[in-house]
Design a protein around this ligand. Structure first.
Ligand code: TYD
Length: 218
């Protein structure tokens, strides 16, 4: 625990609702007077925006698995240095849509080509010890997530992977959560949206209190 702020990441499969849940939680915390910073990966910095476009839109490049990992990690290294560390040192509550666990779940468990220990070492090179204080996994069956996607016709490159891939991703997330139960909170994303939001607020407020973070007077 080397920073004054609190670092919370959101993970989950496509269609788990994590992005709208994250934004609603951010609005709630800001309303309570907490300094909140919302960000995401890939694409949380100007460099990251360009990397994001390469990763998600350039279907013509034939990006090989190790190059894909390194692009995600270049995005992350820049994000850690330019956004995450400064915000955390500044005492902010940072809510990040996807982080290192996405790399383990998608490039590790999902693709299954790169050994997890190699991936972990590469991630560590990029993040230099910055791991989340809490990671929320919005978990739901893959088929259900796909049904929820608002525009299934316009899937990006990674969403186009086979259902089997996404099942491995989900199982990967669950394995990561089991291995580090103190960091992860697994929420059942098949519940009604409000119930998930309520749980997120309760867990987050408890964490902020535990970390001694108080709302700032406005
Ligand atoms: P995005 O449009 O942000 O969608 P989502 O709402 O699912 O977060 O797409 C990000 C995609 O990138 C998503 O399919 C997961 C993938 N991804 C990885 O494969 N590895 C990573 O390290 C990260 C951060 C994302």
């Amino acid at each position: 625990m080397t920073h004054a702020g609190v670092f919370i990441t959101f993970e989950g499969p496509e269609g788990s609702g994590k992005t709208t849940q994250l934004r609603a939680l951010a609005d709630f915390l800001a309303g309570q007077g907490y300094p909140v910073r919302v960000t995401r990966e890939p694409g949380g910095t100007p460099l990251g925006q360009d990397i994001r476009a390469l990763l998600l839109e350039r279907h013509d490049l034939g990006i090989v698995p190790r190059a894909e990992v390194l692009l995600f990690l270049a995005d992350r290294a820049q994000h850690v240095a330019q956004v995450l560390r400064p915000a955390l040192q500044n005492g902010q509550v940072v809510l990040c849509d996807r982080y290192a666990d996405s790399t383990l779940a998608y490039q590790g468990y999902g693709h299954g080509e790169i050994p997890l220990d190699e991936l972990r070492a590469a991630i560590e090179f990029a993040v230099q010890g910055l791991w989340p204080d809490r990671t929320f996994l919005l978990d739901l069956p893959v088929e259900q997530g796909f049904r929820r996607l608002t525009n299934p016709g316009a899937k990006d490159r990674l969403e186009n992977q086979a259902l089997a891939f996404h099942r491995r991703v989900r199982q990967g997330y669950l394995a990561l959560a089991r291995a580090e139960p103190h960091r992860w909170t697994v929420l059942d994303a098949t519940q009604p949206w409000d119930a998930v939001q309520r749980a997120l607020r309760e867990h987050t407020l408890a964490l902020l209190q535990q970390r001694g973070l108080r709302p700032r007077p406005r």
